[in-house]
Design a protein around this ligand. Structure first.
Ligand SMILES: [Fe+2]
Length: 157
């Protein structure tokens, strides 16, 4: 059934395709944070193990919200690993088990990439799509990534 919420069909499709990319990055980042949780070693094992757990729980909640927002805009939501990897702009590190510091650096870098991507999409949602709901939603999501990035950055100083 057609979505009639005061946003043009073109803009609805544009918002949904942005959200598909966001969803894919969230799934990859969620998986990478899980891997960090499973493989962390060293004297701060338990602290980082729990830190990563808190972060992947946040990402898991975001994944569901992003996925359902695509549906609210009238589009189908992708749901296979193949599609997530095709649409994601952040990369997995298969077969790599890095040091604690390098793992934190890589995750920080990923959160920064996602933050920058979200900032671009917020601008596009405002100027091009005039989609206030998506602007608000993506802004909240971006702030979550800024918070996680801030925390990870602190471990590196
Ligand atoms: Fe666990």
């Amino acid at each position: 059934m057609k979505v009639n919420i005061g946003i043009s069909e073109k803009s609805l499709k544009s918002s949904a395709s942005m959200l598909t990319l966001v969803l894919s990055n969230e799934v990859v980042l969620y998986t990478k944070t899980r891997k960090a949780h499973w493989n962390v070693t060293g004297s701060s094992f338990m602290e980082l193990h729990k830190l990563y757990e808190g972060q992947y729980n946040m990402l898991e909640a975001s994944i569901d919200e992003v996925a359902e927002r695509i549906g609210k805009l009238g589009e189908k939501t992708i749901g296979t690993m193949q599609e997530f990897l095709k649409h994601a702009t952040i990369k997995e590190s298969a077969g790599k088990y890095t040091s604690t510091k390098d793992t934190i650096t890589e995750l920080l870098n990923d959160h920064e990439i996602v933050t920058m991507q979200l900032r671009t999409f917020i601008e596009e949602s405002s100027v091009k799509n005039k989609d206030a709901g998506t602007i608000d939603f993506l802004t909240g999501l971006m702030e979550q990534h800024e918070t996680i990035a801030w925390i990870l950055r602190r471990y590196l100083n």
